[in-house]
Design a protein around this ligand. Sequence first.
Ligand SMILES: C[S@@+](CC[C@H](N)C(=O)[O-])C[C@H]1O[C@@H](n2cnc3c(N)ncnc32)[C@H](O)[C@@H]1O
Length: 209
Amino acid sequence: MFGLWERYVVPPLISCACSSKPIMKQRAKIVPEAEGVVLEVGCGSGTNFELYDQSKVTHLHAIEPAEGMVKRARAAWAEGRHETPCDIHTCGAEAVPLDDNSVDTAVVTFVLCTIPDWESSLQELRRVLKPGGKVLFSEHGLAPDDGVAKWQHRVEPVWKRLAGGCHLTRDTKSMLESGGFAVDQHETMYLPNTPKIAGFASWGSARVA
Ligand SMILES: C[S@@+](CC[C@H](N)C(=O)[O-])C[C@H]1O[C@@H](n2cnc3c(N)ncnc32)[C@H](O)[C@@H]1O
């Protein structure tokens, strides 16, 4: 029963939740900055594709482990009729099928909340990024207010099961720093029209420390 939920309900549910107006605004704050060879981690259904500045991206590699999402992402890319070369790989971020020092920009949106082994994934990002390469991130996570954080911890066990493994209490900046990145730009806010437990957003850029 739970397998059916994961297979048939989670992909459209996540695609829908991840395309809300406040979340699209968060994406637009970072995705157009991507340049050169770009790796998008856990691209889901390809919601970011329309936001790339195609004149700055020389090649887009997107990785995504869920077959259903990969199908949607491929359809989204084809629909956009982009000319930039693009490969959508069916795999997780723990083993990226790219060479060392081959990526200029890694794009990470609403995915560090979900990746089970985020430590290995950040290690992989460090491996594939060129010296001076950037991580552009836009995530949601642990709120700074005790009252909200308390509810995030309470709700997370159920939320995780219903929302494809998404955590509410991960702290993006700390994760990046403990994963060996220096965070150069970091901004935060509560998203409008979004429950606070899921709406504490952070975005910015980081580079290999
Ligand atoms: C909330 S969705 C966000 C999708 C997309 N990044 C976006 O911004 O719309 C989380 C995504 O992480 C993907 N994911 C789960 N485990 C992963 C892993 N180990 N490596 C990469 N992506 C993973 C899921 O399949 C899902 O597509």
